[in-house]
Design a protein around this ligand. Structure first.
Ligand SMILES: [Zn+2]
Length: 336
């Protein structure tokens, strides 16, 4: 019985096999129920009885030879498969990381920082105070005693009889003047509250007020300061205009307008065809206010002004609805 051809066959097939599935098919072909080597066993009965043990031993050698080749190849293919898997799944620690989303300042606070920078360069320092404020500082010492009609100009949130959510940052001016003798040169930026809500009003918004008290301060100092602010914030070509007005804590009082940044004065929807945009109120500090904090109005005089920061941001960025600032939708915020 010469099995050389058979051995050459499966040796060649096993050697050239490149995957485990193919290798198992070869095993079925030779050792399966109807496999080539299995068939040889079945043929033993046709062989004379005295030759059977030798023939059986030959078949057994064939099987062992096959299994040795098979096992070696199986180990080799399994190891190759594992190495390929490892190569695919490995982590390359030198790969650049996915960028982490970075936040940034809210547009109103970008304006806040710009305002602080501009007035800081003019020598104004920042003063702050509580948002829940004594009625005394929010109204009474600003020449608005209880029952004063001007209190109705502001829709106030009352916490108690004597405590309000501040309706403006003016109480910071009072607190500053109570603690410091002139010269005083501050801005008071921060949150203020009014019970009012529509496309141009929000129950909470940001205001910046300025206060300068010294000897020989006049209306022209006020006008020059605000003109410079508008130039630095909006551009040298934007003019300012002052209109006579009334506030209980200043005398005289003036509304501050600046030339429309959209149409440059030609007239458009935003400025209602006037060419001007209102940006705040201002005036010379009323003698009653100076007297209330113990400053002699015969020696010292001062000016004060106040502006809404959202208003400044809307004009600077061309935004037409105040509510966008408070809805905090990322599509809006991420534009700045
Ligand atoms: Zn305009």
């Amino acid at each position: 019985m010469d099995n050389t051809a058979l051995i050459n066959d499966f040796t060649g097939e096993i050697h050239s096999c490149t995957d485990l599935a193919g290798l198992y098919n070869i095993k079925v072909k030779y050792l399966g129920k109807k496999g080539v080597i299995t068939d040889l066993n079945k043929q033993l009965s046709a062989i004379p009885a005295d030759e059977r043990p030798a023939a059986g031993a030959e078949i057994n050698k064939l099987r062992l030879a096959f299994e040795e080749l098979f096992n070696t190849k199986q180990t080799e293919l399994k190891s190759a498969e594992r190495n390929a898997k490892l190569a695919n799944e490995c982590i390359d620690v030198t790969m650049p990381a996915a960028p982490a989303p970075l936040g940034h300042l809210h547009p109103v606070y970008q304006i806040y920082d710009e305002i602080v920078d501009i007035f800081g360069a003019m020598g104004f320092s920042v003063a702050t105070g509580p948002e829940a404020e004594l009625d005394l500082y929010n109204f009474t010492m600003l020449n608005m005693p209880k029952g004063h009609p001007a209190r109705d100009m502001q829709d106030t949130f009352y916490i108690s009889e004597d405590v309000v959510l501040r309706t403006h940052t003016s109480p910071v001016q009072v607190r500053t003047m109570l603690n410091k003798k002139p010269p005083v040169r501050i801005i008071a930026p921060g949150k203020v509250y009014r019970s009012d809500h529509d496309s141009t009003h929000s129950p909470m918004f940001h205001q910046v007020e300025g206060l300068l008290v010294d000897k020989n301060i006049s209306l022209s100092d006020l006008k020059g300061t605000l003109q410079l602010f508008v130039h630095l914030m909006f551009g040298d070509d934007i003019p300012t205009r002052f209109r006579s007005s009334y506030f209980p804590f200043t005398e005289p009082s003036m509304e501050v307008d600046m030339g429309c940044v959209i149409c440059k004065g030609a007239g458009c929807r935003v400025c209602k065809s006037s060419g001007w945009l209102e940006i705040g109120g201002s005036g010379m500090v009323a003698p009653e206010v100076l007297a209330a904090v113990g400053i002699d109005s015969l020696v010292y005089s001062g000016f004060a002004f106040g502006m809404g920061m959202e208003r400044i941001a809307m004009l600077k960025y061309g935004i037409d609805d105040l509510r966008l600032f408070f809805e905090n939708r990322l599509e809006f915020i991420e534009q700045f």
